[in-house]
Ligand binder design. Structure first.
Ligand code: 13P
Length: 254
């Protein structure tokens, strides 16, 4: 029997936030979590590297996890400006996003590099959130399922399983655009991803892996998009910068 999948709501703050506002946002979410006790969903906040330590301190003891937005493939060395998975773990992170489309586009990251980063994350004891998703041209060309299957196959780390890997499906054209696929389209892609995971890892393991949807999720559409059969939570960008909105998205998932 596949393990039940606890919904995961991840806030990707991207390059946003300075100390005081970040601390206020994290503290607000920690208070809401304490007030509920043991929420049915799991929250992870992924602030910029500069804020990881402050956010980790603000949510300590609340059950909210902290993640990085990227990591290097190596544990340490001569890589100016980079941050390793071990460094993130050292700061209190338990997750890291790898292969976000903004990194693929802005920094030329390909599937091979994303896979290596995900493997570095696992080696450091972090859980990897591996991002995949088609462009607008790929969708219009009818290549959505083939694109995400190809990215998944080439980006998934060796050793991936339900305990250490999360997949995030983020159509590139839906990010920050206010556009989303229909609920039926999202479910179709997620079911396809789970089927591909099952081919590789077996049905039980694939049945336990959380597959998040990301791209223009807001409090208004969260219930419709994040409660589909193969959708196990969301990777939230803009709407994660508001505590009330982010919390309401999380509550919509259960
Ligand atoms: P938005 O929620 O702002 O569309 O961003 C989604 C995203 O890229 C999360 O990683």
């Amino acid at each position: 029997m596949p393990a039940p999948r606890r919904p995961l709501i991840a806030g990707n703050w991207k390059m946003n936030g300075l100390g005081a506002e970040a601390e206020a946002l994290a503290t607000d979410l920690a208070r809401r979590t304490w007030a509920v006790g043991a929420p049915a969903f799991e929250l992870v906040l992924c602030p910029p590297f500069t804020l990881v330590a402050r956010v980790a301190a603000a949510v300590a003891g609340s059950g909210i996890a902290v993640g990085g937005q990227d990591c290097h493939t190596e544990e340490k060395g001569a890589h100016t400006g980079d941050v390793s998975a071990a460094m993130l773990a050292d700061l209190g992170c338990s997750f890291v996003i790898v292969g976000h489309s903004e990194r693929r586009a802005d920094h030329g990251e390909d599937d091979t590099l994303v896979k290596a980063k995900a493997e570095a994350a696992l080696a450091a004891g972090l859980r990897a959130i591996v991002c995949i998703g088609e462009t607008e041209a790929e969708r219009h060309g009818g290549r959505t399922l083939a694109t995400v299957a190809g990215q998944l196959d080439a980006s998934l780390p060796v050793g991936a399983g339900a305990a250490n890997t999360v997949v995030a499906y983020e159509p590139v054209w839906a990010i920050g655009s206010g556009l989303t696929p229909s609920a039926e389209e999202i479910q179709e892609v997620h079911a396809h991803i789970r089927g591909e995971l099952a081919k590789r890892l077996g049905t039980d393991e694939a049945g336990g892996i959380r597959i998040l949807y990301g791209g223009s999720v807001k409090p208004e559409n969260a219930a419709a998009l994040l409660t589909l059969a193969d959708v196990d939570g969301g990777l939230i960008g803009g709407a994660s910068l508001d505590a009330g909105g982010f919390w309401s998205i999380a509550e919509s998932c259960v």
